[in-house]
Write a protein that binds this ligand. Structure first.
Ligand code: SF4
Length: 376
């Protein structure tokens, strides 16, 4: 499924699933209703920014072709159905987790972040299978269409201002690359979001480094590193592409220099696993002097799991040591961590509740996604 625009991952016996909506399909429909490029742009701007179709330059009824005007109410309903809030869970830090229902009833999570940020999901489930992540446990269920990704932004903008979008929610954006890039292209143009405020987060994939530099909109890049030791990284991220950490940093550095935005390295701190002197040496060796920011994010402990969260003081000491060794390091708290821990948990709880009602068993809630939990 990686890199395809396909929708659902189906077993032979699974019922047919409606294809998720792509922005290009929407554009084609607008054109079929008589839209010219200016109509298309105004429509997409109004939808993605949640603005009125009327502008200073004219009212919609004087601007759009009649066929499109007549279709607007039905289009509105259809777009609103792409992403609806099933439940909202406010955090103490001005963040809020949204459990978002898609048109086919699947759910993903979006997180409203402090300081006008938003974290969106790109897949239902994930195939990377990071051992500390809830989202990865059930594997990949389906890709999100590009319009479903933008619909999460539209949904958030109905609630508050959004000036930054991070692709750190459920899913590995590199595994849904065409759709994520199409969404980024819209958000960076008609969507009105600054290119460096679109943050593509990945475990590292050669296709990302091949495609991103050539896009009209070049997002900032966040790389989930978690270890500088290749063997440990393979254990923590079992299905991530086998790119040596040093090679990954080289690729990231090239992209950072090309775009002029530093790479953000994400590091979920797991006590006794990747918070020791060996890793501090490894990080200093790979990142000192690089155009990069290291984000240390202490793991959020989950009862059912063996992973432990290091103390804040131990994490702060690690950050200080890295600073002293020339690595710009930030110690981050996961946004909204008081709300059900991390990304993937709301969905898992919803699924478990549905399964209980249906008398089914679900996989135990054993892991929690940390690296993908948005940080401001
Ligand atoms: S942490 Fe991210 S990449 Fe890893 S399994 Fe979870 S969603 Fe996928």
């Amino acid at each position: 499924m990686s890199g395809t625009r396909g929708g659902a991952v189906q077993s032979p016996s699974a019922p047919p699933v409606t294809r998720p909506m792509q922005i290009e399909h929407l554009r084609q429909r607008l054109r079929a209703l008589g839209a010219k490029p200016a109509h298309e742009a105004r429509f997409l701007r109004a939808w993605s920014q949640q603005r009125s179709l009327d502008t200073r330059r004219g009212r919609a009824q004087d601007f759009f072709p009649l066929a499109l005007q007549n279709a607007l109410p039905a289009l509105d309903v259809e777009l609103a159905r792409l992403a609806r809030v099933r439940s909202e869970h406010a955090g103490e830090d001005d963040s809020a987790r949204l459990l978002v229902e898609l048109a086919d009833g699947q759910t993903v999570e979006s997180v409203l972040l402090p300081r006008d940020g938003l974290c969106v999901s790109t897949q239902v489930g994930c195939a990377v299978g990071c051992v500390f992540c809830m989202t990865g446990r059930a594997g990949l269920l389906r890709q999100l269409g590009s319009a479903e990704i933008v619909a999460q932004v539209a949904l958030a903008r109905r609630r508050r201002t959004v000036k930054k979008v991070v692709f750190m929610g459920m899913g590995e954006p590199a595994h849904n690359l065409d759709n994520v890039l199409e969404a980024i292209a819209l958000l960076g143009t008609e969507g009105g979001i600054g290119h460096k405020n679109l943050v593509f987060s990945t475990v590292g994939d050669h296709r990302v480094f091949e495609r991103l530099p050539h896009g009209e909109v070049k997002p900032a890049l966040a790389l989930s590193l978690h270890s500088t030791r290749a063997a440990l990284r393979e254990r923590l991220l079992p299905q991530a592409p086998r790119i040596d950490p040093a090679a990954l940093v080289e690729l990231g550095e090239r992209y950072a220099r090309d775009t002029g935005y530093p790479i953000q390295y994400q590091w979920t701190l797991l006590e006794g696993i990747n918070d020791g002197p060996e890793e501090i040496d490894g990080i200093a060796r790979l990142l000192a002097g690089r155009y990069a920011v290291m984000n240390l994010i202490p793991y959020n402990t989950v009862e059912e799991l063996d992973f432990r969260r290091p103390s804040w003081e131990a994490a702060a000491e690690m950050a200080r040591q890295l600073h002293r060794r020339g690595v710009l390091t930030k110690l981050r708290q996961s946004a909204g961590q008081d709300v059900d821990g991390g990304c993937g948990q709301l969905r898992a709880r919803g699924e478990a509740a549905a399964a209980r009602l249906a008398g089914r068993r679900t996989p135990s809630a054993g892991a929690i996604r940390i690296e993908a939990v948005p940080r401001p």
